[in-house]
Write a protein that binds this ligand. Structure first.
Ligand SMILES: C[S@@+](CC[C@H](N)C(=O)[O-])C[C@H]1O[C@@H](n2cnc3c(N)ncnc32)[C@H](O)[C@@H]1O
Length: 364
């Protein structure tokens, strides 16, 4: 393939070979030019090194290699995450899970009121007011028949109190990967200042860390733990957390094994959920992703079944479990949640109107 001399020639070379959106992404990265320059100045010269890099990427993309692997990164929730062949490439669909979590966490604890001196203890949700379910629904922009309306816990103390409360993360257990981020540098509570409890969140199967890191950065008062069975994926996640300055505790092991004896206010997971014989495994980007991040038994539900069965023992009273799943698995996941005793079981739709996340909370 001959080397293109200008931006315009490069895009012309890619036409018909790879998708235009991919060609522009690769050319921007190879040339260092902005999207506007690619369109507005097609006559701009391309030096030989940039042209060679672009042609190499073009040929590899033509063979099917994911753009995220060629560039070594993928944007998720407005931030760049390093991606390798050991990790799932974060998908825009999964941003729904993050939105749901942010809708629940806000600046309040998740499942129980934060008690200030003199406040009454509440053992069940109030009967009126903006509900957690409503806030989740709003956050996700969802309008779903399965979304139940539940009441909101009392509001909480100041952000400063939360940040102070989680200035040190719990000691890792199991095969701990050292915590990263700015934990040690968080603000101290002032003399006599009451420390409010920090929301505790667990991300199971963290991959690049996209979910855990996004939550930790959007809700800096939360204590976020992330687990993965892949040492290689965890190393990438740790690297991402370090670069993005996200305080996340990373643990290695299978699902709940590294957090034995611990309970959380919210558990979130995008586990493997593709059936072993699914024809999509032989198509597109997934051919280049680890099977251990994709496949979960003959019906794709093996990991979801395991997580739902074990989750109640790791949730505080009223705590939430939120799961991403396949486009046709919502009803099955809701049934599994109900069978395991979850209440307020519901599903949420993605931007395409497909139920792609389901969840529920353990009863008070
Ligand atoms: C579908 S990927 C999700 C990655 C990331 N959370 C995301 O949304 O981009 C599933 C992840 O679960 C991990 N995983 C698979 N089996 C596991 C197990 N038994 N325990 C913990 N993690 C597991 C995989 O290594 C992979 O990183």
């Amino acid at each position: 393939m001959s080397l293109p001399a200008t931006l315009g020639e490069a895009l012309q070379l890619a036409r018909g070979r790879i998708e235009s959106v991919d060609a522009k992404l690769l050319l921007r990265e190879a040339s260092g030019c902005s999207a506007a320059t690619l369109i507005g100045f097609p006559e701009r010269a391309l030096d030989v090194v940039a042209a060679q890099r672009f042609v190499d990427w073009l040929e590899r993309r033509e063979q099917g290699e994911p753009v995220a692997h060629l560039l070594g990164q993928r944007e998720f929730f407005g931030r760049m995450f390093r991606v390798t062949a050991d990790t799932l490439i974060p998908r825009p669909d999964t941003e729904l899970l993050v939105e749901l979590v942010l809708g629940l966490v806000a600046l309040e604890p998740l499942s129980r009121p934060c008690f200030t001196a003199g406040e009454a203890t509440r053992s069940s949700p109030p009967s009126s007011g903006e509900g957690l379910g409503e806030r989740v629904q709003q956050a996700a922009g969802a309008n779903d028949q399965h979304v139940s309306r539940v009441a909101v816990p009392s509001s909480l103390g100041a952000e400063r109190g939360f940040r102070a409360a989680c200035r040190t993360l719990a000691e890792p257990v199991g095969n701990a990967v050292p915590a990263v981020g700015r934990g040690a540098g968080w603000p101290e509570a002032g003399r006599g200042e009451r420390e409010a409890p920090a929301p505790t969140i667990l991300d199971l199967g963290t991959g690049t860390g996209a979910i855990a890191i996004s939550i930790a950065l959007e809700r800096p008062h939360a204590k976020v733990t992330a687990v993965d069975a892949s040492v290689a994926a965890l190393a990438v996640a740790q690297d991402n957390a370090q670069k993005l300055d996200a305080p996340v505790r990373f643990l290695h092991g299978s699902w709940f094994a590294p957090v034995a004896g611990e309970r959380f206010e919210l558990i979130v997971s995008n586990p493997p959920y593709i059936a072993a014989n699914d024809e999509h495994l032989a198509q597109g980007d997934v051919r280049f992703e680890p099977l251990s991040a994709l496949v979960a038994g003959t019906d794709g539900l093996d990991d979801i079944r395991d997580i739902i069965a074990a989750a109640p023992a790791h949730l505080v009273s009223g705590g939430w479990l939120l799961l991403e799943h396949g486009y046709d698995q919502a009803a099955a996941v809701r049934a599994l949640l109900a069978t395991s005793g979850f209440v307020e079981v519901q599903s949420w739709k993605d931007l395409a109107g497909i139920e792609r996340a389901s969840g529920g909370r353990v009863a008070y």
